[in-house]
Design a protein around this ligand. Structure first.
Ligand code: FES
Length: 118
């Protein structure tokens, strides 16, 4: 995964929007949700750590994604929960923009984010 996976052209995800990359592509065993906030992109496992809810069905607010089921919030930069009921971080993945494309590095934690055991 050194080169990463090109998932979309820059601009394909609207500000505040999300693109889900399926587990069959990520190779991590999990779907990954790639969020856009402003001009930045962030990738988190597409599963809340509280119960079974897809974070991609939530919404982005002030640099966090809000879980649609019980409204836990996770920081986009490092996957840390910022309020109950979630108490455990969700894995992050590195994302970068290269030559006009959004490139995802599944299984490589975002810079500054904790490396979590799966
Ligand atoms: S399932 Fe996400 S907060 Fe409960």
């Amino acid at each position: 995964m050194d080169e990463g996976i090109i998932i979309a052209p820059v601009g394909a995800i609207a500000d505040g929007g999300v693109l889900v990359v399926p587990a069959s592509t990520t190779g991590t065993g999990e779907d990954i949700a790639v969020f856009r906030s402003g001009e930045a992109y962030y990738a988190l496992d597409d599963m809340c750590t509280h119960q079974e809810a897809l974070l991609s069905r939530g919404w982005v607010e002030e640099g966090e994604v809000v879980c649609p089921l019980h409204l836990a919030r996770f920081r986009l930069t490092d996957g840390m929960p910022t309020c109950f009921p979630a108490t455990w971080p969700t894995p992050t993945h590195r994302v970068e923009v290269r030559d006009g494309s959004i490139v995802l590095f599944p299984g490589v934690a975002a810079e500054g984010a904790p490396v979590l055991e799966r």
